[in-house]
Design a binder for this molecule. Structure first.
Ligand code: AMP
Length: 420
């Protein structure tokens, strides 16, 4: 019986994993350079953790199931709600700020297409404790730095839901309708949005974008709306900080985000060439979510990369990961000396090298072909004549040069790895 993988899932080959490991490595290295620490949360949670505040878009796509004790559970569609739950359960009395990062699979029952999967990966951070422009600017710059370090070209759009929500509040629009409007904005449903909006000023603000000058234009439009104006002032501070640390951005007041829990700054990162799936990162400030999960009022801000899309963009822009290589392939020329060959392989591994050894009883010629195939840097040929002199033959796969070396002198030089 032939069983295929479920729709919307993927098998990833060593080549793809090589690329993903490289991209993940750069992202994690950047997170850690800002002192964010790794955490892990469960892949399934109580369904209500997400149904409470993750937004209509996510609710519709949740994988919900009942376990044998009739609990209603859900495969996590995102991680922010889990991190808040974890914070409330374990970290409320820890010194702030808390700087967490995570990387793992998320699950959404969406219509699969390129860049949109039912099982996909996110790499994200949550900065818990501080409020204010400086922490917003830190996470935005960090997201930008991650992509710069990978070598990607991208565009970062910053908005502020406090401005939109403030304006809607000043206009007397209730919370339910606010969510509906934001959802229509997030989906880019212009017609539905225009039908919902009765106030021209709201459409003017949503349509506003540009560089920092957009803030000045917004100031004029929002002149008589005090809640919106104070949020605008905060956005202006965030932008000044981004200018100071040379993070490029465009202001887009229409950035809405489908997740209902955002309260302040929101941002998205887009790339060319991925069609409808051009958004590779999304995030923002969510100051009320922790309280909603029964914690003390604690401000927080974070973002998540759509990891698969970052890797797609990496391909699209023709960036190459360093090629995977193995330091040594050990090649015993006959059966009697396998034991010695094993010993040599173990010794090299002990020194930190990656070592492959023939497992298919192949002849030397075939082992050499295999070594070229797996991108070996060197082949250690173990033959009886050399062994008698406590030597092996070392072949450099790049130059083709060979030399006999004493086994005792067979040292792994780390700088040879990956040609670095
Ligand atoms: P969100 O949690 O909805 O804010 O999404 C954060 C990022 O995850 C988005 O910017 C996308 O890059 C990525 N993403 C969301 N849904 C999917 C999906 N079904 N497949 C692949 N990536 C996704």
């Amino acid at each position: 019986m032939k069983i295929e993988k479920p729709r919307g899932t993927r098998d990833l080959s060593p080549e793809e994993m090589g690329k993903r490991r490289f991209v993940e490595g750069e992202i994690v290295r950047t997170f850690e350079s800002y002192n964010y620490r790794p955490i892990q949360v469960p892949t399934f949670e109580h369904a209500e953790l997400f149904s409470l505040k993750s937004g209509e878009e996510i609710r519709q796509h949740m994988y919900v199931f009942r376990d044998k004790s009739d609990r209603e559970l859900c495969l996590r569609p995102e991680a922010t709600a889990s991190v808040c739950r974890m914070f409330v359960e374990n970290f409320q009395n820890t010194q702030m700020p808390l700087k967490f990062y995570y990387m793992g699979p998320m699950f959404r029952y969406e219509r699969p297409q390129k860049g949109r999967y039912r099982e996909f990966w996110q790499a994200g951070v949550e900065l818990i404790g501080p409020s204010g422009a400086r922490s917003d600017a830190e996470v935005i710059s960090m997201a930008s730095k991650c992509l710069e370090n990978i070598g990607l070209k991208f565009e970062l759009e910053v908005g502020h839901l406090g401005i939109l929500r403030g304006l809607m509040r000043d206009l007397g629009i209730g919370a339910g309708k606010q969510d509906e409007l934001i959802n229509a904005m997030d989906k880019g449903e212009t017609e539905r949005l225009e039908n919902l909006v009765e106030h021209e000023v709201l459409l003017d603000i949503i349509g506003l974008n540009g560089q920092k000058d957009a803030v000045e234009r917004a100031k004029t439009i929002l002149n008589s709306y005090p809640s919106a104006l104070s949020a605008l002032e905060e956005l202006s501070q965030i932008l000044s900080l981004l200018d100071e640390n040379a993070t490029s951005y465009v202001v887009n007041m229409g950035v809405a985000r489908g997740l209902e829990y955002y309260t302040g700054m929101v941002f998205e990162i887009m790339v060319n060439g991925l069609g409808a799936q051009s958004q590779i990162c999304g995030g923002g400030r969510y100051d009320l979510l922790i309280e909603l999960f029964g914690g003390k009022t604690t401000p927080a801000v974070g973002f998540a990369f759509g990891f698969d899309r970052v890797v797609d963009a990496f391909d699209e822009q023709g960036i190459k990961a360093p090629e995977a290589a193995v330091d040594f392939v050990v090649a015993p020329v006959s059966d009697e000396i396998r034991k010695d060959a094993d010993r040599i392989a173990s010794e090299l591994r002990k020194q930190g090298a990656s070592v492959d050894i023939d497992l298919m009883d192949r002849k030397l010629g075939k082992i050499m072909e295999y070594a070229a195939n797996v991108n070996a840097l060197q082949v250690v040929i173990v033959g009886p004549k050399e062994l008698a002199k406590s030597e092996v033959t070392l072949r450099d796969m790049k130059t083709g040069g060979q030399e006999n070396v004493k086994i005792a002198n067979l040292k792994f030089k780390i700088e040879k790895r990956n040609g670095k």
